[in-house]
Design a protein around this ligand. Structure first.
Ligand code: AMP
Length: 215
């Protein structure tokens, strides 16, 4: 199974992906996490991606698609939830080509929807555990102990691109390049739209219901 999670930065894709991993026995493929790990490890991929990421701009499609090609091989046979990918129509088309080579296809795209101002408030309060990708929010889902991950006790970080100015820019980028990706899947009859405003559990329930309606 190949499931896409779409929606603006901060709508809760990472959080919902964590639930879906459990609910669907799947693995999560977050391109943002892969890129951040590449930067931390000083790899070529990381060097290519860093300036774009720091500015809140999209990393070029060919860089992303090369990375996806490698990851799909690595994860062959597993159910995959894509989080933060595809972000352009070219990436969505490129994913279809890669999957077709494997005799597979995207099953569904779940688009989480929300107002921009809610996103700015939410993201400013977001903290991440870099090792696992676990996401906390000081407003709704704070860690048990301030500043550290619940499972490992390691320090949480406030991402540079979660500062308000960069968030607003990322939202502009989203509306320009990424929102049309929902249209791409709509045309294929694979789009499920889910209201992303509300508590983490509310949204989890809506996502589950949307996926269940399929069966
Ligand atoms: P995220 O953690 O998904 O919000 O991604 C953080 C940053 O990584 C984005 O602002 C982009 O600079 C870059 N990035 C992650 N995924 C992609 C993608 N699929 N296409 C282009 N850039 C990406």
């Amino acid at each position: 199974m190949y499931l896409i999670l779409l929606g603006p930065p901060g709508v809760g894709k990472g959080t919902q992906a964590q639930f879906l991993i459990d609910d669907l026995k799947a693995v999560q493929l977050s391109t943002g996490e892969v890129l951040r790990a590449a930067i931390a490890n000083g790899t070529d991929l990381g060097k290519k991606a860093k300036t774009f990421m720091d500015a809140g701009d999209l990393v070029p499609d060919e860089v992303i698609l090369g990375m996806i090609h490698d990851k799909l091989e690595e994860l062959e046979g597993k159910a995959v939830i894509f989080d933060g990918f595809p972000r352009t129509e070219a990436q969505a088309a490129g994913l279809d080509v890669e999957l077709e080579k494997m005799g597979k296809a995207v099953d569904n795209a779940v688009a989480l929807t929300i107002d921009d101002e809610v996103v700015v408030d939410r993201l400013s309060a977001r903290r991440v555990h870099p090792g696992s990708g676990r996401v906390y929010n000081l407003l709704f889902s704070p860690p048990k102990n301030e500043g550290v991950d619940d499972k490992t006790g390691e320090a949480l970080v406030h991402r540079d691109d979660d500062q308000p100015d960069v968030i607003r820019h990322r939202l502009e980028v989203y509306h320009e390049s990424t929102a049309p990706v929902a249209g791409f899947y709509k045309k294929q009859g694979k789009l499920l739209e889910v209201d992303g405003d509300g508590t983490v559990e509310d949204v989890r329930g809506r996502v589950k219901a949307a996926l269940k309606d399929l069966g």
